[in-house]
Every structure is written in structure tokens, then in C-alpha cells.
Design a protein around this ligand. Structure first.
Ligand SMILES: [Zn+2]
Length: 291
């Protein structure tokens, strides 16, 4: 069944499948909590030490910069977005995936150069940086002088256009102004995080941070009402499964015929995104399940 859907040539569907094979042979288990596009990594939620992130898990050559690496889906979606807005060389990548060692180095160097207050505001503690997931990218507007800790990425011009379309390609501006208390990081107009579509668009529409979104999704448990998000082509159904329900939910998921994505929240459970296809019959929209 999966193969049949994959042959339909839509990028969104292809992407939708990338992470759906994460489920282990024995069904879902605790390790699923720490993988996926929606993992929340912040001051309170470090990367899980059992999840090993190394350079060879990631793809080099982000926007033709051979030293910059990203997780594969993030890499392709960033490319698509940059192509879509036709920004050429005017947007450049500054920092993608970082190893623990590099994050430590950046943190201690920044303390020496900028002091503790500044560092705590703009540089995540080692083990708590989204850059260690490969799902985050710092971008700069091309210029003769570039600040590598706080690159210039304004809200107008081509950078504004990037931001405007980011949600369609699965990205969010991760550290907005006014939400510093929640994120624990100062306003960073240059830092984007891949969370995948449609989560990016929902986060954008609600004006959420990832912290708020992960919390919000707990209102939609698999046993209760699911969050429905409709676009022209698809209806997405999103819900949360808490850790203690993973085993029982595994049996339900094994029977699921629709395409789905699994992501941990890196806190206490997983988020499932199901895809329902919208079928148009005589101009009337109906929603049908894949079978
Ligand atoms: Zn960053």
C-alpha cells in the first residue's frame, strides 16, 4: 500500500514517508520519544544521551557550503524553499548541525569574547542546542561582514520573503521576540527550525513557539478528539500518545492503513500525524481514507 502512494508524484507525500519507518520491529517504545521532526530541545529538555548524533548521520553541502551539514529532510526542504523564492546567493547558511564538542567550544569561546550574560541569551548550553539535532539552521543575508553568533537576517526584502514562505516548507522562526521566557533564548531572527509540514503552518497560524505547540498537542490524545488541519489536497489528523500508552497504541497503529508520520516530543510522548486524502466529487469536497 505504501508503495502505491509513493508512486504518486507529490513531494509532500514523499516527505511524509521519510520518518514513518522509524517504528521498531517490536512496535513503539520509549526510544521513539527522542526521535523525529518535532522533538523539543531547550533548557529543560536536553538531547537524549542515547540518541547518538554524529556527522555521518547528516548531509553536507547545505546551500553549496560544504562544511555545513543538516538532517536529510531538513536539507532538501531548505533547498526547495531557497529555490522557490529564487534568492540565489543572497541568503547564506552560517551554522547547521553541531557536534557536542563544537557546541561546547562555541559556548566557552562566547563566554570569553562576549561574557556570560550575552552567551546565556544567545548560545544554548551544550546538550541543549537544537543545532545538535541537525534540524536547525542559522542564516544570514549576504554581506561583506557577517556576525557568526548574531547574523543579520532582517524582516524585509528577500529574508522577509524567506520567512513568509518558510511555513509551507516545514520551517519556523524558532526564537521570536516576546517569547524569550518560554524559549529561554533571546530573539534570534536568523535561527530556523525544521518541524515539517503541516506543523510549521499551524505553529505560524497560532503564533506558537515549539514549546507551546508541544504542550497544546497534549489536548489531542489518541483516545479523544484529534486535531484536524485541512488544506486543498489533504486533511491532516494530529494527536499525542503519552509514554504509558505507547504499547497499546502500537497495536492500533499496526492496523492503520493511512500514511502517517511519527515524531517524539523529546519530553513524554509521541505525536502522530495521519494523512487523509481529500477527494473531490462533482465539486463537493469529501474526505476519504486511503485503503
Ligand atoms: Zn542557531
Amino acid at each position: 500500500m505504501n508503495q502505491k502512494i509513493l508512486t504518486k508524484k507529490t513531494n509532500r507525500l514523499k516527505t511524509f514517508y521519510l520518518n514513518s519507518s522509524i517504528q521498531g520491529k517490536n512496535g513503539l517504545n520509549k526510544s521513539n520519544i527522542y526521535h523525529g521532526n518535532l522533538i523539543l530541545v531547550n533548557k529543560d529538555n536536553p538531547l537524549n544521551t542515547k540518541v547518538i548524533h554524529k556527522y555521518n548521520h547528516f548531509v553536507p553541502g547545505v546551500l553549496n557550503h560544504k562544511d555545513i551539514y543538516l538532517e536529510i529532510e531538513t536539507y532538501f526542504k531548505l533547498n526547495q524553499l531557497i529555490k522557490y523564492i529564487n534568492s540565489g546567493d543572497s541568503i547564506i547558511p552560517i551554522s547547521g548541525y553541531r557536534s557536542m564538542q563544537e557546541q561546547k567550544q562555541i559556548f566557552t569561546d562566547s563566554i570569553k569574547e562576549n561574557g556570560m550574560d550575552f552567551t546565556q541569551k544567545y548560545v544554548a548550553l551544550p546538550g541543549h542546542s537544537e543545532h545538535q539535532t541537525g534540524l536547525a539552521i542559522d542564516l544570514a543575508e549576504q554581506n561583506d561582514v557577517i556576525d557568526f553568533i548574531c547574523p543579520n537576517f532582517p524582516y524585509d526584502g528577500i529574508c522577509g520573503e524567506f520567512r513568509f514562505h518558510a511555513g509551507r516548507f516545514g520551517f519556523i522562526e524558532r526564537y521570536p521576540a516576546g517569547k524569550e521566557e518560554l524559549t529561554g533564548i533571546g530573539h534570534e531572527p536568523w535561527h530556523f527550525r525544521y518541524v515539517s509540514y503541516p506543523h510549521s503552518e499551524i505553529i505560524q497560524n497560532f503564533g506558537f513557539t515549539l514549546e507551546e505547540y508541544v504542550h497544546f498537542l497534549k489536548n489531542f490524545s489518541f483516545k479523544d478528539d484529534h486535531l484536524k488541519y485541512k488544506t486543498d489536497k489533504y486533511e491532516y489528523e494530529i494527536f499525542y500518545v503519552k509514554e504509558s500508552d505507547l504499547m497499546s497504541f502500537s497495536t492500533i497503529l499496526a492496523e492503520e492503513k493511512r500514511p502517517y508520520q511519527i515524531s517524539g516530543n523529546n519530553v513524554d510522548g509521541i505525536i502522530i500525524t495521519l494523512l487523509n486524502q481529500v477527494v473531490r466529487k462533482s465539486g463537493v469536497k469529501t474526505y476519504e481514507r486511503y485503503h
